[in-house]
Design a binder for this molecule. Structure first.
Ligand code: FES
Ligand code: MG
Length: 576
């Protein structure tokens, strides 16, 4: 039987219970905001870290959800405080939200440390907000409950299913080839994203929220609840009530972040056909929790677990269909021995107990192991590639690619401006066999590893009916996209990785089955090119970007900052 913590032992009481002049000031300032002593004294203080903003459509409802969380906290006898945190809304934030993931992680950790907080509910879900919030919370290690923003409602256009990201790309291609016209394109603008909430395809958002769900950091199945469903505010209120209990139970992330929960997360990642972005975030999160995780570990899980969730871009449905089919609990159940059912969750019970007796309501949406969406022989969620072009590794999602084996000449672009200027030049020497390469898009070079890895197929080739080409990039790709895209090439070009030495015309060889990515350039030639290579000069001399470029690690190491990794204890703030 677990011992229940006493209120007087809670962290917040260092602020509120003391009889000195500081204690007076803290109580006085809450009363300044209209709080009665009875409303906060002797209660656990729950921080609600809210990544709402006016320009993050995926989080547009989180102001309301924070109120629902508060409702739960009050009802359970806690004192809620809402703390705004960086709203890293994908799409609008340039050059990329990834540049700010670590910034959010730092903010989350420091908000929790510097305020009188005993436990927290994290409100987020759009791509980088999940790892960002959780990396900070894992480092702080207070009782933590993640409340995912939830996927947006399904879209339809003229009878056809439309999913965020995946179909934007599809219809953009159709616009280039003349299959749809400008008016259709404008019409689509208002129909593709029907409600608030995160992308409804299996992009980075649902990949990350589902993995975190499998790891036990939220109510089991919470990641599948649609943002616009009435179940969502009920989930938020549940989170508020539950976190108060977690504070008394002293149930912290370190109590359930384990090798087992990490493996559960990995199995789900692969069964979802999840985003390549997760390969970076998971390493960063694991290291914050003092766990070891490598690309090789993920590669080995991917080789065993086929894609079971029939969701775009690897499959044919949307997150709302997944929810109606039973959601993540069904997928967990389908994973059989790949799931450690004894792993604990924030609910204070095992994952096995949480999924006991679940039923699947649509066998086509959530498949079984003997009827996968993509059999392992046809493609995987993640393939680790190594070779003289990526000595430290590169990744690709073969379940959403057409060309797992290829040999062709490179066409190299140095950065997105170079690519934009030349890719659709009618005189460009390019054919379906060409390997399109974009470098200078890595963590240091981008900076922040923008999602530029899904290089557009030149319009003249689209018109010839070319549907996929081999593309190589040291940046990332949106999880909602598809194609033979080799991503996260490490080391990146900007720090002198071999990608920097590649020249247009060099032959590149991809063999996904063998896990190889090579350029056919002799050692001698490479040595000569290396001797002549001049590192790029960064235009960022001050501010966050300068700090970022100085401290960020490469993709296989999670792109965290060197000074944020690990589990060294940071002293509690002195209160004088
Ligand atoms: Fe926010 Fe896709 S843009 S989840
Ligand atoms: Mg995305």
């Amino acid at each position: 039987m677990q011992t229940r913590r006493k209120v007087e032992d809670l962290r917040s009481q260092r602020w509120f219970a003391s009889e000195d002049i500081r204690g007076f000031a803290h109580r006085q300032r809450l009363q300044q905001m209209g709080m009665r002593r009875e409303e906060f004294l002797g209660k656990p203080v729950i921080a609600i870290l809210n990544t709402w903003s006016d320009i993050s459509p995926c989080h547009a409802h989180l102001r309301d959800r924070a109120e629902a969380v508060k409702r739960g906290v009050w009802q359970a006898g806690g004192f809620p405080i809402e703390l705004p945190a960086l709203s890293v809304g994908e799409v609008m934030v340039k050059p990329t939200t990834m540049l700010y993931r670590n910034f959010l992680a730092m903010e989350a950790e420091e908000l929790l440390r510097s305020h009188p907080v005993d436990g927290c509910v994290l409100l987020g879900g759009c791509d980088k907000s999940t790892p960002g919030l959780l990396m900070g919370a894992l480092s702080m290690n207070l009782p933590t409950l993640f409340c995912p923003a939830g996927p947006m409602s399904s879209g339809r256009w003229r009878g056809h299913v439309t999913g965020a990201g995946t179909h934007t790309k599809k219809y953009w291609t159709q616009l280039q080839t003349g299959e749809i016209d400008k008016d259709d394109w404008i019409d689509l603008e208002s129909r593709m994203t029907r409600s608030h909430g995160t992308c409804n395809t299996m992009g980075t958002a649902s990949t990350m929220t589902s993995i975190v769900d499998a790891m036990g950091l939220t109510k089991t199945g919470a990641s599948s609840v649609p943002a616009a469903d009435s179940a969502h505010p009920r989930l938020a209120a549940w989170c508020g009530a539950r976190i108060v209990e977690m504070v008394f139970e002293d149930l912290k992330p370190s109590d359930f972040m384990s090798e087992a929960s990490l493996r559960n997360g990995l199995a789900v990642y692969m069964a979802l056909g999840g985003s390549t972005n997760a390969a970076i975030h998971l390493v960063a999160m694991a290291r914050r929790a003092g766990l070891d995780l490598s690309l090789a570990d993920m590669n080995s899980m991917a080789a065993q677990v086929p894609v079971l969730a029939n969701l775009f871009p690897s499959g044919n449905y949307l997150m709302e269909d997944f929810w109606f089919a039973g959601g993540l609990p069904v997928l967990l159940d389908r994973l059989g021995d790949f799931i450690d059912r004894d792993a604990k969750t924030v609910e204070g019970r095992t994952l096995g107990a949480a999924i006991e007796g679940v039923a699947c309501y649509d066998e086509d949406v959530i498949r079984s192991m003997d009827n996968p969406v993509v059999p392992l022989s046809k493609g995987r969620t993640l393939v680790l590639l190594k070779g003289n072009l990526a000595p430290d590794g590169a990744v690709m999602k073969t379940s959403a690619a057409e060309l797992p084996k290829h040999r062709g000449p490179a066409l190299v672009f140095d950065g997105p401006a170079d690519m934009a200027a030349r890719i659709n030049d009618p005189n460009l020497d390019v054919s379906a066999d060409t390997v399109l390469v974009l470098r200078g898009a890595g963590p240091v070079g981008g900076p922040g590893m923008p999602e530029w890895g899904n290089l557009p197929i030149p319009t003249k080739l689209l018109k010839q009916g070319v549907t996929d080409m081999v593309r190589i990039c040291d940046g990332r790709m949106s999880g909602t996209h598809y194609g033979t895209c080799i991503l996260h090439v490490a080391p990146e070009a900007a720090v002198g990785g071999p990608l920097a030495l590649l020249r247009t015309g060099d032959m590149v060889v991809l063999d996904a089955e063998e896990g190889r990515l090579d350029m056919e350039v002799s050692e001698d030639d490479l040595a000569t090119r290396r001797a002549a290579w001049v590192p790029p000069v960064s235009p960022y001399r001050r501010s966050f970007t300068a700090l970022y470029q100085k401290h960020v690690s490469q993709a296989p190491d999670g792109c965290d900052f060197d000074f944020l990794e690990g589990t060294d204890v940071v002293p509690e703030p002195p209160i004088y």
